[in-house]
Structure formats: structure tokens, C-alpha cells
Design a binder for this molecule. Structure first.
Ligand code: NAD
Length: 465
């Protein structure tokens, strides 16, 4: 761990949780002023360290400046500005409608913070996926322990060094490490756990949270399908699908994982894709400054194994030294091939041939519920058919990934792709306990009206209810 002067300090999870809990119990995080001060400090942290942030993302993932700005920093900054603008209103207690029986009473919903929250981040968008929930947890009045992913070490170190410099040292803590350190943290009682990562680890986090009955949000992954039909504008569709796959070299939880289309549409898509990819990345995408690398050797080996499935129709070049894999489109893929058994999480896009929307629906529903579903069609009937007969965390019609950026839409999974959601006001709500309160007075009229509830019971009293 680092302290506010940038020196390393050794503190155990027990000490960290204890410090945060003591601060929460003293009510330190409760006031609007304190929360706003911390959120403004977070905003300053981004604005004052932009070039360091770019360097960290380039070191971890070879991220281009544009992807770093648009998909990491801008998302964080816009979210903070929106939160700061609305926080006072969000915090206010609500007064829901009440029935006749409570005519003389007050019916209130308080927005209480949970207490000490644990936020466990993933490496693929290492800052955004960790700090977006952190901002929501702060806004909601919680203390937070932050565990960045060890697989993006430069970004993890940035958070560990900067958070103590900008945020309150008692309430907010960064704990570095991998699976073992995360397991150590999970031994402790938290009041909320927000986890972003794989379904496999999500289940472990859920089990650990269960021991203390801690509520969780699990932002997990899965295979997000694309349905592309013959009515779609194939050139525009290809650009939007390939962009969703190309960003971060396919290492995006909502990247289009595979395409479902007819053989005829496949031919048109491949023709368009070939032109588009050359346009974007040139003849050799390894030379392009805009194409990311695979995060580590283990994932590189896993992904190159998939290139043996079906037929390479486009791409297929790899470079182990740089952990580079070309954006590769596979045809003649069988649903039973390894590439169709797990989330790809890399720049490989298999195509599975189906004949119509009904077959596509059957295919999607025979698998775990995806994080996103993408439908490319101008046919309203088939689009509605897909929307009404499938279940996924979110959907996007005629585009990919862009629903993520709409802050009024809740973002999250369903089934094996996760539980709970966040973004915009939903992040505040995620970290807020809705405490209901019936507030009665001692007025004589109220007491008389309600007196039929007291013994001795009688049929006459039942009739009055
Ligand atoms: P991961 O599950 O391997 O790691 C996530 C976090 O869990 C890391 O902080 C890691 O240190 C910790 N961890 C790893 N193994 C652990 C263990 N055995 N016990 C306790 N903690 C452990 O996931 P990842 O590789 O960082 O991310 C890739 C996955 O995350 C993909 O499945 C992707 O779809 C998903 N993801 C989902 C979203 C979303 O918003 N839904 C966003 C990004 C990534």
C-alpha cells in the first residue's frame, strides 16, 4: 500500500477494514459536503494526471490515446460531473404515496449508505471499471476498499499511489494483489461487494459474500451474440460490429463474441469487413498504433488455440513476442468447437450460419444468458421477436457496445453474466440501502382510528379493518 506522501506502508486487510469501519461509524462519510469534496478530488485526480493515465494504459494494454480518453477517462469524468450535479437530489429522502390508513402519518424512504464497500476491479478497462463503482460508492456515503486487478499493474499502481493523495485516508483504501490477496480481503465482513470479472471468480466472490449475507453486484462476462439479417445495411453493420470487436483487441466484456447469419449474409459481411479493416489498420494491423495487445501470455496461448477452429476467412496473423493477434474472422465454425464454449475475450470473431430469426433465438436460448445481445435488422417484426424471446443483460439494436455509454440505462448482466447494475443514478442506488420508515405521531385522532388492532379481538373489529 502507499500512503499520502507516496511512501509504501504495510497494512493488513484487517487494519484497513477496521480503519474504514471506524470512520464510517463516526459518520464521517454521511454529509453531502464530505461526499462532494471527495468526488471533486477524484475529478482533480483525473484532470491533473491525464498523461500518466495514458502512459499506464499504454504500458498495460498498448491502448491508443483515443481509446484511453474516450473509453476510460471521459467515462469517469462525465460520470463524476453528472453525479456532482444531481447528488443533493438523489440523497434526499423520498415520500412515496400513502393509503387512507396512514393519512395522518409520514411515510419516508431514506437513502442510507451500506457502510464499508469492497470494489474488486478487472484489468481490461482497469481504471474505468474500478473507479466508476468507487465514485458511486463514495456518492452514496460509503467507505471503500479498492482491489484493482493485478493483471494491469501500471494502472493498479497508479490507483494505489494517487487515491491516498487525493481522497480521505481513513475512508478510502487501495489494496494491491491477486487471487490470494483478494481471498484474504473476502474473509472480512463488508457491507457491500461490487465485483467485475469472470463468471468463475464471480461465483467465488458470491460464496464468500454469502457467509456474511453481504449484498453483491456481480458484473461478469459471457458470449454476446450478434444477429445479422439480410435486411441490415451490411456496410454500416460491419463497421459497428468490427469496431465493437476491435476496441481493446476484443478484450471487452460486451464485445460481440460471435455472429449468427445466413451463408448469403456472411459473404457480404466478409467482403465489407475486408475493406473496412484495411481502411482502419492498413495492410498490417501490427504496425497500427490503434490496435491493442493481448494482456498476457496465458490469454495469448488460449486465444491462438481458437484459430484452429473452422476456417480463417480474414486475419489470422499472430506475433507471440508482442502478444499480437490480428482481428480474425472464422467461418465454418461448429457450435461444438472450443471457440464457441467460452467467452472469447480477444480479437477473434466466429460466424455461425443459421437460416432465420427463429433459429437464432433457439441458438441463443440454448446457452447461458449473455451480457449483451446485438440485433442488426431493418425488419421490425424480427427485431421485436428477438427482443421479446431472449434474455440478456442488455441489448443494442443496429449497433454494438454503445448502450454502455447511455448513463440513463442500467448496465449489468443476468444469470451467468451477472446480477445487479450500475451507471449514472443506478450506481448511487446500487450502493444505497432504501430504508423505509413509517413515522407516526401521538395524536388522539390517529390513535382512535387505529385502536381496532388492539385486543380484545372481536368480529366487529375485524369488520372495521
Ligand atoms: P477475473 O475474474 O480473473 O479477475 C477479476 C478480479 O478478481 C481481479 O481483481 C482478480 O485479482 C480477482 N481474482 C482472480 N482470481 C481470483 C480468485 N481465485 N479469488 C479471488 N479473486 C480472484 O477477471 P478478469 O480476467 O480480470 O476479467 C475478464 C472477465 O471479466 C471476462 O469474463 C469479462 O467479460 C469480465 N468483465 C465483465 C465486465 C462487466 O462490466 N460485466 C467488465 C469487464 C470484464
Amino acid at each position: 500500500m502507499y500512503d499520502s506522501t507516496g511512501e509504501t506502508t504495510k497494512r493488513s486487510p484487517a487494519e484497513i477494514v477496521q480503519t474504514a469501519r471506524a470512520a464510517f461509524e463516526r459518520g464521517k462519510t454521511k454529509s453531502l459536503e464530505f461526499r462532494e469534496k471527495q468526488l471533486r478530488a477524484l475529478l482533480r485526480m483525473y484532470n491533473e494526471n491525464l498523461s500518466t493515465i495514458m502512459d499506464c494504459l499504454a504500458a498495460d494494454l498498448h491502448k491508443s490515446k483515443q481509446e484511453s480518453v474516450v473509453l476510460e477517462v471521459e467515462v469517469l469524468i462525465n460520470d463524476l460531473k453528472n453525479t456532482l450535479q444531481h447528488l443533493k437530489t438523489w440523497m434526499k429522502p423520498q415520500h412515496p404515496p400513502k393509503g387512507l390508513a396512514n393519512m395522518l402519518d409520514n411515510v419516508i424512504i431514506y437513502n442510507d449508505p451500506y457502510g464499508v464497500a469492497l470494489v474488486i476491479g478487472a484489468w481490461n478497462y482497469p481504471l474505468q471499471l474500478t473507479l466508476l463503482p468507487v465514485a458511486g460508492a463514495i456518492a452514496a456515503g460509503n467507505c471503500v476498499v479498492i482491489k484493482p486487478s493485478e493483471m494491469s499493474p501500471a494502472s493498479a499502481k497508479f490507483m494505489a499511489q494517487m487515491i491516498p493523495k487525493y481522497l480521505d485516508n481513513e475512508c478510502y483504501h487501495v489494496y494491491l494483489g491477486g487471487p490470494q490477496e483478494t481471498q484474504e480481503l473476502l474473509q472480512h465482513k463488508f457491507d457491500y461487494i461490487f465485483f467485475t470479472g469472470s463468471t468463475t471468480v464471480g461465483k467465488l466472490v458470491h460464496a464468500a459474500a454469502n457467509k456474511h449475507l453481504t449484498p453483491v453486484t456481480l458484473e461478469l462476462g459471457g458470449k454476446s451474440p450478434v444477429y445479422l439479417d439480410k435486411t441490415a445495411d451490411v456496410n454500416v453493420a460491419a463497421r459497428r460490429i468490427l469496431w465493437g470487436k476491435a476496441i481493446n483487441a476484443g478484450q471487452t466484456c460486451i464485445a460481440p463474441d460471435y455472429i449468427l447469419c445466413t451463408k448469403e449474409v456472411q459473404g457480404k459481411f466478409l467482403k465489407a469487413a475486408d475493406t473496412i479493416l484495411k481502411d482502419w489498420f492498413g495492410q498490417n494491423s501490427k504496425q497500427s498504433p490503434d490496435f491493442c495487445r493481448i494482456v498476457n501470455d496465458k490469454h495469448f496461448q488460449r486465444l491462438t488455440g481458437f484459430l484452429k477452429n473452422g476456417k480463417v476467412a480474414i486475419g489470422g496473423n499472430v506475433d507471440q513476442k508482442e502478444r499480437f493477434i490480428d482481428l480474425t474472422i472464422l467461418t465454418d465454425v461448429k457450435p461444438t468447437d472450443p471457440v464457441m464454449q467460452e467467452e472469447i475475450f480477444g480479437p477473434i470473431l466466429p460466424i455461425i450460419n443459421i437460416n432465420d430469426a427463429y433459429e437464432a433465438i433457439k441458438f441463443i436460448n440454448s446457452r447461458e444468458k449473455p451480457l449483451s445481445l446485438y440485433i442488426f435488422s431493418k425488419n421490425k417484426r424480427d427485431t421485436d421477436l428477438m427482443l421479446q424471446n431472449t434474455s440478456s443483460g442488455g441489448t443494442c439494436v443496429n449497433d454494438t457496445v454503445m448502450h454502455f455509454g447511455v448513463e440513463t440505462l442500467p448496465f449489468g448482466g443476468v444469470g451467468c453474466s451477472g446480477m445487479g447494475s450500475y451507471h449514472g443514478k443506478y450506481t448511487f442506488e446500487t450502493f444505497t440501502h432504501k430504508k423505509s420508515c413509517l413515522y407516526k405521531t401521538y395524536g388522539a385522532i390517529g390513535e382512535k382510528l387505529g385502536s381496532s388492532r388492539y385486543p380484545p379481538y372481536s368480529q366487529a373489529k375485524i369488520n372495521l379493518l
